[in-house]
Design a protein around this ligand. Sequence first.
Ligand code: PLP
Length: 406
Amino acid sequence: MKNKIASAKRLEKVRYDVRGPVVDEAARMERRGEKIIKLNIGNPTPYGFDATDNVLPSINENFLISQGYSESHGLAEAREAIAAYCAYKNIGGVIPENIFTGNGVSELIITSMQALLSSGDEMLIPSPDYPLWTAAVTLSGGKPVHYVCDESSDWYPDIEDIKSKITPRTRGIIIINPNNPTGAVYPREVLEDIVKVCVENDLVIFSDEIYDRLVMDGIQHISIASLTDEVLCVTFNGLSKSDRIPGLRCGWLTLSGDLESATDYIAALHLLSSMRLCSNVIAQSVISASLRAEETNDPLYKPGGRMYEQREFVYNALCSIPGVSVIKPRAAFYIFPKIDLDMYDITDDEQTALRLLREKKVLVVHGTGFNIKTPDHFRMTYLAQIPTLKTALERIADFLTTVKKK
Ligand code: PLP
């Protein structure tokens, strides 16, 4: 008999529920011809959003000149445009040499953790989080330590909780701003408090800002890197969401702040990025066109714009379901409602999401998939048009009546 092909031990604890078993079941149902309302991932394309006009012409124009490899850390023109964007966001001193392009932010999240962490090193990660961060820390041999983002304070990071979780092994903190899954955008004071903690405890800041141009309600997005030159800041961004080209896999990271102490880390980033040769060149070739655009905040996110109106609709509809409460998201395209467990009988939210899928044909992601402890949230995107959202929310409300406590 042949030996079983074992998978790598280091993957044992790595989880990524956003594309987990519930999604597999949805795929099986679709193969059987069932029609499902999919509100599970932030992929604008299936909801009728094409690439923005900022990048679409460049994609076509640059195709033939993008056939070869580029330098490992990216095309010079792209990195110059990113450096200028950092200056626009008041992030001091970012030079093209300290910018790395990647096949989406996803690849860079994994690279940035692989380059930093040794076995047992700890990383502070928000709860809820975008779970790739937790997965990347675990994959890299690190220990994820989750800090609370407080729903009762607009989902802002709880500074006292962060402080209480720092140990001699803590290497850095991850923030997701604007946030997935909550849609929170952090104010200056919160960011300044985080910087202070990092200066005092010698922590590296990793800031995932992929939604920075999809902000509503007149809020100005502030990059945490613009508030310090004392600590190393690694800032992540890309075009999957702002220019709606997730399939082209376009992301970058920038290094700012205390670069002097970071020479070993920067060398590790160079090594890892050269091992994967380069990131998608056609995607890099449109970065400058995207970042040159005069209107950096998407008009779809202003009153009357499709995303703004869908946010309003979904927020109001969720608030009208008994036992459901929700903090209004201020950016991105997700909402993270809370379900009152005194009213509803839910102990395993993944099973509940599976039942919702099977019984009502609506696909959402269970809250514990975002590394929260209590099974009382779920995440849905509001990328779909209002009539589809309306149907989905009616089905969710209907479904909840079937799990109501007697
Ligand atoms: N970071 C956050 C917060 C995200 O929500 C996502 C995707 O949903 C990513 C990173 C990954 O994006 P990319 O398509 O650039 O890999």
